[in-house]
Design a protein. Structure first.
Length: 128
């Protein structure tokens, strides 16, 4: 479906630096930051801000042909961008090999197992 391939995001928490269109495929994960009352949109190279809920963005993007999953209370990942799953720490990484600058996000135990099963069945190149 992918009719719209971009998401409008703020360059800073308060929107003072303006908006930017980012490609949805470049989003690695969303993070709910209750302290600043914003959704942080992470790409490999930067972080941006938007309003709303994680459930809203997961539903919106999945109904637009993307593959995002709510993986814990505060994170939703773009499943296509996971490069490495760490079983012991229940973490998803988006680069392989890992570097000191690799971004990661936590997964709940329940969601980690579901993501792991899905990748074991469908993505043989994932590193475990």
């Amino acid at each position: 479906m992918h009719e719209c391939r971009h998401l409008s995001v703020a360059l800073d928490v308060d929107g003072g630096l303006g908006l930017k269109l980012i490609q949805i495929e470049d989003i690695i994960f969303f993070e709910c930051d209750a302290i600043i009352n914003r959704i942080v949109v992470h790409t490999r190279d930067a972080s941006y801000y938007t309003m709303g809920t994680l459930r809203f963005y997961v539903e919106l993007l999945n109904n637009s042909g993307f593959n995002f999953k709510l993986v814990d209370r505060n994170n939703a990942v773009n499943l296509h961008n996971i490069a490495y799953l760490d079983k012991s720490m229940k973490m998803a990484y988006f680069d392989w090999p890992l570097t000191p600058n690799s971004k990661s996000c936590t997964l709940s135990a329940k969601h980690f197992e579901a993501v792991l099963r899905g990748y074991a069945a469908g993505k043989a190149l994932l590193n475990f």
